[in-house]
Design a protein around this ligand. Structure first.
Ligand code: AR6
Length: 174
């Protein structure tokens, strides 16, 4: 399985599934969530209304509607509360559960935004290590998922992803 990074807008990425850094209501919000709902059109919100929300670290899948991606995988990442509230484990759960849903839907290429590092304030350096480490762990079990694209909306985020990817064992390089 290949992991690559890019700088850009995830709503423009053409792949099997894009991940949405949602909230537990799954009814939209700001940041990447707002951008995805705007680009997908009203059908997405309508489908999300029927999902009955989603717990932090879990994931649910919908169609992509007007997006170039076929599916949207929605996951509420953890809100950063200082690090002693299970945030790291929950962020890893978000990545893993999204990948498992992508796998069970036969997706080949999946794009992730930087979950929880916007208004949820998860520290970027630790979040990028968790993202890369969890995706690498999953790679050994992946059958249909062949490519994961880490989409950074700013250069700082891309820098942390690239650094984490250069390391064999994420944490030792930081
Ligand atoms: N493409 C890729 N990345 C983006 C885009 C985009 N179009 N727009 C923003 N980002 P955030 P969170 C980046 O705040 O921290 C929402 O209101 C952004 O720069 O979107 O998980 C939800 O409804 C940052 O690097 O998500 C929740 O209430 C990253 O995406 C809450 O925010 C995540 O920032 C979730 O907060």
């Amino acid at each position: 399985m290949k992991i690559r990074t890019m700088l850009g807008d995830i709503t423009k990425v053409s792949c099997d599934a894009i991940v949405n850094a949602a909230n537990t209501s799954l009814l939209g919000g700001g940041g990447v969530d707002g951008a995805i709902h705007r680009a997908a059109g009203p059908g997405l919100l309508e489908e999300c209304r029927g999902l009955d929300g989603c717990r932090t670290g879990q994931a649910k899948i919908t169609q992509g509607y007007d997006l170039p991606a076929r599916y949207v995988i929605h996951t509420p990442g953890p809100i950063w509360r200082g690090g002693d509230d299970g945030e790291a484990g929950l962020l890893a759960d978000s990545y893993r559960n999204c990948l498992e849903l992508a796998e069970s839907h036969g997706c080949r290429a999946v794009a992730f935004p930087s979950i929880s590092t916007g208004v949820y304030h998860f520290p970027l350096e630790e979040a990028s290590r968790i993202a890369v480490g969890t995706i690498r762990d999953f790679a050994g079990r992946a059958v249909s998922v062949q490519e994961v694209i880490l989409v950074a909306f700013d250069a700082r985020t891309k820098g942390y992803y690239d650094r984490a990817l250069e390391c064999d064992q994420g944490p030792v390089c930081f």
